[in-house]
Design a protein around this ligand. Sequence first.
Ligand SMILES: [Zn+2]
Length: 355
Amino acid sequence: MGMKKYIPNEIEPKWQKKWEEEGIYASGLDKENKYYCLAEFAYPSGDLHMGHWFTFGGADIFARMKRMQGLNVFFPNGFDAFGLPAENAAIKKGIHPKTWTLSNIEAMRQQFSSIGASFSFDHQVITCLPEYYKWNQWIFLKMLEKGIAFRDKKLANWCPSCQTVLADEQVVEGKCERCDSEVTPKEIPQWFLKITEYADRLLWDKDSTLDWPKAVKDGQNNWIGKSEGVTFRYKVKDLGLHFEMFDSVPQTFMAQTYTVIAPEHPKVYELVKGTEYEKDVMEFVEKIRKKKVANKFNADKEMEGIFTGRYIEYTPTGKLISIWVASFVIYEYGTGVVNASAHDERDFAFAKKYD
Ligand SMILES: [Zn+2]
């Protein structure tokens, strides 16, 4: 007798059918000794690839181990099914995003079955279906009631010809990936959630005994980026214009010798309008904008700036200090205007560079 050959197309469907009939991966939610095992949900992009099984394989093995230990494992499956690819496929192929998404989900579900994944397919979450997203809407309304959701304007990538906001991935070399028009930053009213209200509770304190990797704790704390300081209000000389500036090291006020403003700041134009500086400054703003939109901007390395011809009436010392547009100032941080001090390495280097 020769060795019996393993022919996957014969043996696997045979046993998968039996497993399904016997419901060995059913939820077990009605039994004792339950164990809840959850992996992230796949995006229904079309076909499974190795990356999917790289993600779900580990969780699948873990769920099996728990079953072998006698637990009734609830291992549900789902699809994170909202997003740009469905919209783009709809435009490109002329099919409804729902049709496209649901047929992808069906294909992927069959592929998960043919791999032999042990998901509890009797429980599945598909985020693009109303049965699911009605809960998102309910949560949003609760946040609105509590004042945690609010409307504000923020810069977004805007395609003037598609008349729509684009995600960063849709901007290629500063141009709209659909129509090739030049993308411009535009202030768009958007909904925001007041996550800063929770910043203190989300910070890992250094005495935390929870067993998480240090990189994760540091990463979260840096992302929250809590910074304590003082907000000052200064007047621009000869203009009916004031700037508020956040300062995390106000004690260095004697070393503050100039002010920098982000190129995207809408007040830059007011500073230079009708002056001899207007042309050069607005060209500089445009140059930096293009670099940023094209993702060719390295905030850590770039250090370019231009004088606006304007001054802050700097109350702590009674001096006038010059206002510069500087490439490295982040509009979204603080108010987008800061006083620069010799105690900060980059500020000092910028001061040296531009004398
Ligand atoms: Zn476009």
